[in-house]
Design a protein around this ligand. Structure first.
Ligand code: 5GP
Length: 206
C-alpha cells in the first residue's frame, strides 16, 4: 500500500476578515483536517489556552526557534511574532494527513515559496467598511491599533493574486462550506489522483 502525502491548506486574508472564526467553525465540523497550532509572543486573551489556541512564548524563545530553523514561516504582526512550527506540519503531511494553517498574509507568502504545491485560500471581506466595523466592534483594540490594522488590511487585499481560491466571508456557514468544497475538490484533482494511480501501477508492474 502506497502512502500518499497529505495536502497543505493555507487559509489567509486581511486582518479582521474572520479567519479565526471560520477556522474554528470549520474544525467543529471537520475531523479529517489537522490544524497546525501556531506559536506567538502575544499575550493570552481571555478564554484562550496554551496548546489549544496558540503556544505562547517569550520573544527570546521565539527568536531561538527562528535561528534554529524550527519555523516553517513567521511574521511580525502588530508588534508580536506569529509562526508555524515546522516539524508538526512536515511530519503530519508525511503521515498522509492534510494540514490546515490559518495565518496572516506575509506568512502565507513564505509558505508558498516552500510549499508551492500547497492550496492557498484567501478569505475576503464582503466590504472594507464591514471590515472596519468588525475590527472596531471587537472592542479590544485602541484607535491606533485599529488604524494600523486597517492600513495592513489594504496592503493585504492587494495580495489576493498569490492565491488559488477566494472565499468571501459573507456568512460563516457559507464560507466554511466553500472551504470544505475546496478540500474535497483538491482530493479529486486529476494531477494528484493520476499520480497516485500511476505509482500503484508502477509498483505492481515492478
Ligand atoms: P490574533 O492575535 O488575532 O490571534 O492573530 C492575529 C493574526 O495572526 C491573524 O491574522 C492570524 O491569522 C495570524 N496568525 C496566527 N498564527 C499565525 C502564524 O503562525 N503565522 C502567521 N504568519 N500568522 C499567524
Amino acid at each position: 500500500m502506497i502512502k500518499e502525502k497529505g495536502i497543505l491548506f493555507v487559509l489567509s486574508g486581511p486582518s479582521g476578515v474572520g479567519k479565526g472564526t471560520v477556522r474554528k467553525a470549520l474544525f467543529e465540523k471537520d475531523t479529517e483536517l489537522k490544524y497546525s497550532i501556531s506559536m506567538t509572543t502575544r499575550a493570552m486573551r481571555e478564554g484562550e489556552q496554551e496548546g489549544i489556541d496558540y503556544f505562547y512564548r517569550s520573544r527570546d524563545d521565539f527568536e531561538n526557534m527562528i535561528q534554529n530553523n524550527k519555523l516553517l514561516e513567521y511574521a511580525e504582526y502588530v508588534g508580536n511574532y506569529y509562526g508555524t512550527p515546522r516539524d508538526y506540519v512536515e511530519e503530519t503531511l508525511e503521515s498522509g494527513k492534510d494540514v490546515f494553517l490559518e495565518i496572516e498574509v506575509q506568512g502565507a507568502l513564505q509558505v508558498k515559496k516552500n510549499f508551492p504545491e500547497g492550496v492557498f485560500i484567501f478569505l475576503f471581506p464582503p466590504s472594507l467598511e464591514e471590515l472596519k466595523n468588525r475590527i472596531v466592534s471587537r472592542g479590544t483594540e485602541t484607535e491606533e491599533l485599529v488604524k494600523n490594522r486597517l492600513l495592513a488590511a489594504k496592503e493585504e487585499i492587494d495580495m489576493m493574486d498569490a492565491y488559488d481560491y477566494v472565499v468571501v466571508n459573507d456568512k460563516i456557514d457559507h464560507a466554511v462550506e466553500k472551504v470544505q468544497s475546496i478540500v474535497r475538490s483538491e482530493h479529486c484533482k486529476r494531477e494528484r489522483v493520476a499520480k497516485q494511480y500511476k505509482k500503484v501501477l508502477e509498483a505492481d508492474l515492478g
